[in-house]
Design a protein around this ligand. Structure first.
Ligand SMILES: [Zn+2]
Length: 342
């Protein structure tokens, strides 16, 4: 990456109203069959164009190809029954009806590889593709087969590695694993969570990232944040082990969060995607606010390793707000670039 402070989004972007209900997570598709395939590709092109017009350096599909960041991947696997549902507590926070693991999990065919090839054809810019992480996957299911969170995570890690290798071959520059569960299950993160993530990236030559956030800007998450007190020190638990892991990039939530910025020092040597856009408010950051957050992070990340980003996905935001936030990210980053040149 030659650009100083390359910008990117941590996750999803809003979907067009003709494809899915706007401002909603898990929004059902409005199209079917061939029309849905075409519609997702059109939406991908629009989302790419939004990122390009805002001047984003590392682009993505805006997650237009999936309904949900975890379940869409799982839907493509054997061993999970989507009809057989159980209510479980997701990340110790909110109840959700989830599918059941009923047999050995396996991936018979690729999940996102054709979509990634399609994105690759649209642009010469570096592209990033997101996959769910093993620990977040197991936390979104009821396991009636392995009856061991760890065992199921290792199985998913193997499957993710197959998919990741094919995404790399399709020309993806950065593969990102979404692990919000790393901010909740600290003992498991250190016992086997990071190890399963390393299994998922085994043998990859492209860059790899792990995204750890405090969740989308939905009520269950914003209510949870209110209980976390004046300082959020969750990152402190996972960072030391992540620093010694093979993961190249760590993606964090920093804008309007109560994470003490000096915790990033624990990652020194890693590249850090610093979330400088709050996804839980429609208020658009000013370029100065973005630059302030990035400037603070620069005390703990070397400039050549700082990747300005959003806190999390923006799927639940109105289109215009998301576009304005992308532009603010670029403009704020540009302010800091010019300071660094002087
Ligand atoms: Zn996130």
């Amino acid at each position: 990456m030659k650009t100083l402070l390359p910008t990117s989004t941590a996750g999803s972007l809003p979907k067009p109203a003709w494809l899915a209900q706007p401002e909603t997570l898990w929004s059902p598709w409005k199209l079917q069959d061939e029309e849905l395939i075409e519609g997702k590709r059109d939406a991908l092109r629009l989302s790419l164009q939004d990122q390009q017009q805002a001047g984003i350096d590392i682009v993505s599909d805006g997650e237009q190809t999936r309904q949900h960041f975890v379940t869409t991947f799982i839907e493509h696997l054997d061993g999970v029954d989507f009809e057989k549902r159980k209510t479980v507590k997701i990340r110790d926070r909110y109840d959700a009806s989830v599918p059941t693991v009923v047999g050995a999990v396996a991936r018979q065919k690729t999940v996102f590889v054709e979509d990634a090839k399609f994105l690759r054809k649209q642009t010469k810019q570096p592209i990033k593709w997101a996959l769910p992480g093993p620990m977040t996957m197991i936390d979104t299911l009821f396991d009636d087969h392995y009856k061991s969170r760890e065992k199921l995570a290792w199985e998913f890690a193997k499957i993710l590695n197959q998919e990741a290798k094919e995404l790399e071959a399709a020309g993806v520059d950065i593969i990102q694993f979404d692990e919000p569960a790393f901010n909740v299950f600290f003992d498991e993160v250190n016992d086997w969570g990071i190890a399963t993530l390393e299994r998922a990236i085994e043998g990859l030559k492209c860059q790899t990232a792990v995204h750890i956030c405090y969740g989308y800007g939905i009520k269950a998450n914003t209510d949870w944040k209110k209980t976390l007190g004046s300082e959020w020190r969750q990152y402190e638990k996972a960072f030391p082990k992540l620093q010694t892991s093979n993961i190249d990039i760590v993606s964090l939530e920093c804008q309007n969060s109560r994470v003490p910025m000096d915790l990033i020092e624990l990652l020194r040597g890693k590249k850090v995607m610093v979330g400088a856009i709050d996804v839980a408010t429609n208020k658009v950051e000013t370029p100065e606010e973005v630059a302030n957050t990035l400037r603070k992070a620069l005390e703990f990340v070397d400039a050549d390793k700082l990747y300005p980003s959003t806190n999390c996905g923006m799927a639940p935001l109105p289109q215009q707000v998301a576009r304005a936030k992308l532009s603010a990210l670029s403009a704020g980053t540009e302010l800091l670039r010019s300071e660094l040149k002087n």
